[in-house]
Design a binder for this molecule. Structure first.
Ligand SMILES: *[C@@H]1O[C@H](CO)[C@@H](O)[C@H](O)[C@H]1NC(C)=O
Ligand SMILES: *[C@@H]1O[C@H](CO)[C@@H](O)[C@H](O)[C@H]1NC(C)=O
Ligand SMILES: *[C@@H]1O[C@H](CO)[C@@H](O)[C@H](O)[C@H]1NC(C)=O
Length: 427
């Protein structure tokens, strides 16, 4: 089987469609990679971490990242068979004098002292939501392009410490729901369906925790219908990265991920150090008619978080799970910064699976038109239908923010006709 499919497919080509700026659009490079293999059988869970995965190298600006689960023949696998709970891509510096080694599951790991994690620009606490990219079931139908002349700049040799090199970590969490007794319950990681009472580290899970990632860690098993037979199969995350080589015309964007579960503490003193507490997941209790708060069948969760540094919003998208009905990020004065609405599938095929979120709408404000002020407190609102209860849901908001617009970025550069064109487009 392996012979049919080299472990890494690398397709390098020049994109034909031109962006707003001929120069940049025509220089976009595309590569398609396969993640290391993971294996699933009916009801089983894979939560794999792979250090040092294939990724474009050098001083570049990332322009998009998309992914999907495929089988050994390269066929897309639908969500009702393999539910893609999430994939996450993180960046780190690895000491050059060390190498990855196989972990308990054969996937490549590194000793913690041998690398330096590089998190995005915030805003959660140290270890939470520091990824550069990450999506879930919606990945096939969600735009991730960074418009020209903006880009996520990585691989700057001037920033990489001596003795280190830049590497990428891929985390894939997938659940095989073929033949399970309750597909939605398994995808929502309901502890009773996994018969789990202790977490991955053997610590007892508190009794009021009904479901979420603590109950569907790597190699756990969701309940399968009696007598159901299904083969173990090998799967991959096929991911497509687009980028341009770095040059001075690229305007960098910062990545922020906001979480509706964040209960940030704003200090009374002037230390200015905010204590974020992003929990990533939350529970939506089912509607009960004796609780007359707000809309029937709508669970609304909100949090307010200060952004120490602001800028111009270039891209925005929310991440929600099944049951989600939309999410909005508001400025301090109540203006809408971005609204992102899920699209549900209507059929059986990969990319259009009924009852699953198969895409999230995105925001591409005209650069300069949506500004977050330094220190502004934003309010994030995440809505779910609560006609039934949901465990382990998420309400994240991913933002790309430019601290300068092109004409500001280029102010001191030479006055070629290229700049004049850019200036006239953005002023
Ligand atoms: C590898 O390099 C790092 C950073 O230069 C250093 O701190 C560490 O001691 C080295 N480790 C080994 C095994 O040589
Ligand atoms: C659930 O777990 C308990 C304790 O780990 C075990 O004794 C029991 O057999 C399991 N039940 C099922 C249905 O697997
Ligand atoms: C979320 O619910 C609130 C309160 O009902 C509503 O005002 C808002 O428009 C909803 N947002 C989305 C994106 O559906």
């Amino acid at each position: 089987m392996d012979l049919l499919l080299p472990l890494t497919i690398l397709v390098l080509m020049l994109d034909t469609p031109c962006g707003a700026f001929g120069k940049m659009g025509s220089n976009v490079k595309t590569a398609v990679f396969l993640s290391p293999k993971f294996e699933l059988e009916p009801g089983s869970v894979a939560n794999k971490f792979d250090y040092g995965v294939d990724f474009p190298r050098g001083h570049i600006a990332l322009k998009s990242f998309n992914a999907e689960v495929v089988d050994e023949l390269g066929n897309p696998v639908p969500l009702h068979e393999t539910y893609l709970h999430h994939w996450v891509v993180a960046r780190y510096y690895q000491a050059k004098n060390v190498t990855t080694h196989a972990g308990y599951d054969g996937h490549r790991v590194l000793h913690q002292s041998d690398y330096i994690m590089l998190r995005n620009s915030g805003i959660c606490q140290r270890n939470a939501l520091g990824q550069y990219f990450g999506l879930g079931s919606e990945t096939r139908g969600t735009a991730t392009d960074v418009p020209d002349p903006f880009g996520i700049v990585v691989g700057d040799p001037a920033e990489i410490p001596d003795g280190y090199e830049e590497q990428w970590l891929l985390n894939i969490h997938a659940i095989d729901t073929r033949g399970v007794v309750d597909k939605m319950g398994c995808t929502e990681c309901r502890c009773d369906l996994y018969n789990v009472t202790k977490d991955e580290n053997g610590e007892p899970i508190r009794s009021d925790y009904k479901g979420g990632l603590l109950c569907c860690y790597d190699e756990t098993q969701c309940k399968v219908r009696e007598g159901f037979e299904g083969l173990k199969r090998s799967l991959y995350l096929r991911y497509t990265v687009k980028w341009v080589d770095w040059d001075e015309f690229i305007v960098p964007v910062k990545i922020y991920i906001l979480d509706v579960t964040d209960t940030v503490k704003i200090p009374d003193d002037s230390s200015g150090v905010l204590e974020h507490d992003c929990r990533t997941e939350y529970e939506v209790e089912s509607f009960s008619s004796d609780k007359k708060d707000g809309n029937d069948y709508l669970h609304v969760k909100r949090t307010s978080v200060p952004m120490q540094k602001g800028g111009y919003v270039i891209y925005g998208v929310a991440h929600q799970h099944s049951g989600g009905t939309g999410s909005t990020l508001y400025g301090k004065d109540g203006r809408v910064i971005c609204s992102s609405i899920p699209k549900y599938g209507k059929g059986k095929d990969a990319g259009n699976e009924e009852n699953y979120i198969v895409g999230m709408s995105t925001c591409y404000p005209r650069p300069g038109s949506v500004k977050i002020i330094d220190g502004e407190t934003l309010t994030l609102e995440s809505n779910y239908s609560n006609s039934r209860g949901h465990t382990g849901v998420m309400g994240l908001f991913y933002l790309l923010v430019a601290e300068q617009l092109p004409h500001q970025h280029f102010r001191h550069a030479s006055r070629s006709s290229f700049f004049t064109n850019i200036n006239s487009l953005f002023e």
